[in-house]
Design a protein around this ligand. Structure first.
Ligand code: ADP
Ligand code: MG
Length: 376
């Protein structure tokens, strides 16, 4: 029917605009490398923040004792404690707690946010058990890591001033396959024009992109009946874990898709055709995200000079990935891995290992607290 032809045309058009051929990914990677250099060369030199980490020595493996870490992600934060065993002792014990950040705090003052974090952290410390031992006379030490740039205001001011000058910024947003849905998502986000790359690749946004396209199809071709289901109009109602569950639905009648539509979007009945369209849409959005994430990783490898192997050298590179998206969304992680291999070629790929590093960011922060301990 004409209705279906129109629905398929919308998806096909979206798919074309989401295209990530290798040549384009290489441009994204190069732009990433260029921006990293620019960001290091001068403050405000790039929209890609290259913030000073104040890390001047790396862990040796001999660190010993109890250390805390705070990993502030996009959606939640995790507090961890690790008991380090010293030389050859590794991590003797580790525990974590995960806390979601209430929406009002994400848009509120930094004071309110940090008060909240401090309160949750002290609750966690109060639950410290016998497995963890703080030597007498020592204070607990904490490392922290943020998944987003937290700079000084002066950096923001300078960046804005440079933008007013029409200065070229960003991870080559000219190379990014942005669609109208991405533009509207960005414009309505808490940080328009910022972290545009993350808005294409990260778990916080993938489900929302799917929702936006689906909403358009529902409007234009009455995919779910004469009116657009009201829930479908609510931003961020469709989360990436829902998307992932639908994408991985292998049942012949797509019953997981039907179930998510019913439970989350309150769409009681949906045709198999409509459900198939949704799986295809999830695939387009996840594939674009995963392939661009791979390009970002290539950008970092280039910055480190590890995108090639040198004759006679037995170089090995480990890429550690943390986070629920990579851990749970296998269509995404598989695509990311194959794309990295495609980008690097067979030879270099052999020198690269990709590891899922559960809580790697947080543990890294704890190790840095240890290697910067005031007691060493
Ligand atoms: P962050 O560091 O951004 O707070 P986390 O590392 O805690 O994120 O992981 C949470 C992210 O993982 C969320 O954005 C969520 O969408 C994604 N995620 C969690 N579970 C799944 C899943 N089953 N499928 C796909 N994505 C998931
Ligand atoms: Mg994280």
């Amino acid at each position: 029917s004409a209705k279906w032809a129109r629905a398929m045309a919308i998806i096909k058009d979206f798919e074309e605009r989401c295209g990530t051929p290798l040549a384009r990914l290489k441009q994204v990677a190069d732009a990433m490398t260029v921006e990293m250099h620019a960001g290091l060369a001068s403050e405000g030199g790039s929209k890609l923040k290259m913030l000073i980490s104040y890390v001047d020595n790396l862990p040796t493996g001999n660190e010993k004792g109890l250390f805390y870490a705070l990993d502030l992600g996009g959606t939640n934060f995790r507090v961890l404690r690790v008991q380090l065993g010293g030389k050859d002792g590794g991590i003797a014990h580790q525990e974590f707690a995960e806390v979601s950040i209430p929406q009002d705090l994400m848009v509120g003052t930094s004071d309110a946010l940090f008060d909240y974090i401090a309160a949750e952290l002290s609750k966690f410390v109060a639950q410290e058990g016998q497995d963890f031992q703080l030597p007498p006379g020592r204070q607990r030490e904490l490392g922290f890591t943020f998944s987003f740039p937290v700079g000084q205001d002066v950096v923001a001011e300078l960046t804005r001033a440079l933008e007013r000058q029409g200065y070229q910024h960003g991870v080559g947003s000219s190379h990014l396959p942005l669609t109208e849905y991405d533009h509207s998502l960005d414009a309505e986000s808490l940080n328009p024009g910022e972290q545009v790359f993350e808005k294409l690749i990260s778990g916080m946004y993938l489900g929302e992109v799917v929702r936006r396209v689906l909403c358009r199809v529902a409007e234009e071709v009455s995919l779910f009946g004469d009116t657009v289901p009201p829930k479908l109009r609510i931003p961020f109602i469709l989360r990436t874990p829902h998307m992932s569950a639908m994408h991985h639905d292998t049942s012949p009648d797509l019953k997981v898709v039907a179930e998510k539509l019913r439970d989350i979007l309150e769409i009681p009945n949906s045709s198999l055709k409509a459900r198939k369209l949704i799986v295809q849409l999830c695939d387009v959005v996840a594939t674009r995200g995963a392939r661009l994430a791979a390009a970002g990783i290539l950008g970092i490898l280039k910055k480190l000079g590890r995108e090639t192997t040198k004759e006679g050298e037995n170089q090995k590179t480990v890429i550690a990935l943390d986070g629920g998206l990579y851990e749970h969304y296998s269509a995404y992680s598989n695509c990311l891995e194959t794309t990295i291999a495609e980008l690097l070629g067979e030879k270099v790929s052999e020198s690269i290992v990709i590891e899922h590093s559960n809580d790697g960011s947080g543990i890294g922060a704890a190790l840095l607290a240890a290697s910067h301990s005031q007691y060493i």
